[in-house]
Design a protein around this ligand. Structure first.
Ligand code: ACO
Length: 329
């Protein structure tokens, strides 16, 4: 097994808005049922940010927890890398608002746009900063307020998504802990299957029925489903083989929390027991870039991740983008 990581996750945190939206609540908004949503997705509730609660508020809270967990002061943060597709404003970067809110006065702060894969892409950037010796304390955040880009009249998408933020403080590795292997890929040929054109496109977008795509989340669910299973499967295999480990060696798998059926199919195909798979999609829905760091922080705080836990995280999202990482905690 590979034993020389350069960067490790030294602290984590997460934050969600107070308000939940249950399947019963959704039954009052669109023609749907708890039964349909549960059977097709495994989702029971999601958190929704009320007006006035911003991505940067959730991110700043998650970041503060990660800093406290790692015992790092805000002024010692060298960089804030924030993965999101639902920042506070078009520009500046939401990471700059987070910088101001937590007092990370010495950091470089910017956002990356890789949809659901934003957090794992960000971890990879942090790994590179540490490897190059440029920075020592990097805050990686995944955060979304997807409720603001969902079409609340479209039952096929509005039941799926939720809001939240998760963060990790990345530092040079100690005692063999850290990121042992990483995998990242994209396929822009499939961008049209999962997108949000927004308001300022300079071009109109149409779906396969020639209907105009409105400035909300647009998703061809079945195509996304199939490719999510295949691509995360490849990503998981790749990080395990490049680190010289097998599924038996892994203590915990944290997949993107988009849909329980995707998760069960992904690990069922690999004959990996669901006992080794972290699932919280029932309580959060799909929080895109926030999904992995929320689950990771929960798992650390509830004891599923302990010192020495070998953990594979994998994600798939718009772009398409997909990624995985193998971490020793
Ligand atoms: N309630 C009740 N009925 C519904 C709902 C709803 N909320 N949504 C759709 N339906 C209906 C459809 O209208 C359709 O009815 P019809 O047969 O009369 O036309 C029927 O249910 C089946 O619809 P499908 O879209 O074919 O349902 P499917 O089994 O594919 O499930 C789902 C839809 C859950 C979205 C699934 O395709 C999926 O999970 N795809 C992947 C989505 C995903 O995980 N995306 C996130 C990954 S990327 C990222 O995180 C951004």
């Amino acid at each position: 097994m590979k034993t020389n990581p350069v960067a490790m996750i030294a602290g984590t945190g997460h934050s969600v808005p107070e308000k939940t939206l249950t399947n019963a609540d959704l039954e009052k908004i669109v023609e749907t049922s708890d039964e349909w949503i549960t059977a097709r997705t495994g989702i029971k509730q999601r958190y929704i940010a009320p007006e006035g609660v911003l991505n940067s508020d959730l991110s700043a809270e998650a970041a503060k927890q990660a800093l406290e967990d790692a015992g790092v002061l805000p002024e010692d943060v060298d960089a804030i890398v924030l993965g999101t597709v639902t920042g506070d404003v078009n520009f500046p970067a939401t990471a700059c608002y987070v910088q101001e809110k937590i007092g990370a006065v010495n950091a470089a702060a910017y956002d990356i746009s890789a949809a659901c894969s934003g957090f794992i892409y960000g971890l990879n950037i942090a790994n590179g900063y540490i490897a190059s010796g440029q920075f020592k304390n990097i805050l990686v955040i995944g955060a979304e307020t997807l409720s603001r880009i969902v079409n609340w009249e479209d039952r096929a998408t509005c039941v799926l998504f939720g809001d939240g933020a998760g963060a990790a403080l990345v530092q040079p590795s100690k005692n063999g802990k850290g990121i042992l292997s990483t995998y990242q890929k994209s396929d822009g040929r499939l961008a049209h299957l999962l997108m949000n054109p927004g308001h300022y496109t300079g071009k109109e977008y149409f779906d396969s029925n020639k209907e105009k795509i409105e400035p909300y989340i647009h998703m061809v669910g079945r195509e996304v489903f199939k490719r999510a299973v295949r691509c995360m499967g490849e990503a998981v295999e790749d990080v395990m083989s490049s680190a010289g480990v097998s599924a038996d060696d892994i203590d915990l798998f944290i997949p993107h929390q988009a849909n329980l059926r995707i998760i069960e199919l992904l690990f069922g195909k690999k004959k990996i027991s669901m006992d080794k798979v972290y699932v919280n999609v029932d309580r959060y829905g799909n929080t895109s870039a926030a999904s992995i760091p929320i689950a990771m922080d929960e798992a650390r705080r509830n004891g599923r991740i302990k010192d020495g836990t070998l953990c594979v995280m994998t994600v798939f999202g718009g772009g398409f983008t997909w990624a995985a990482t193998l971490v020793k905690f």
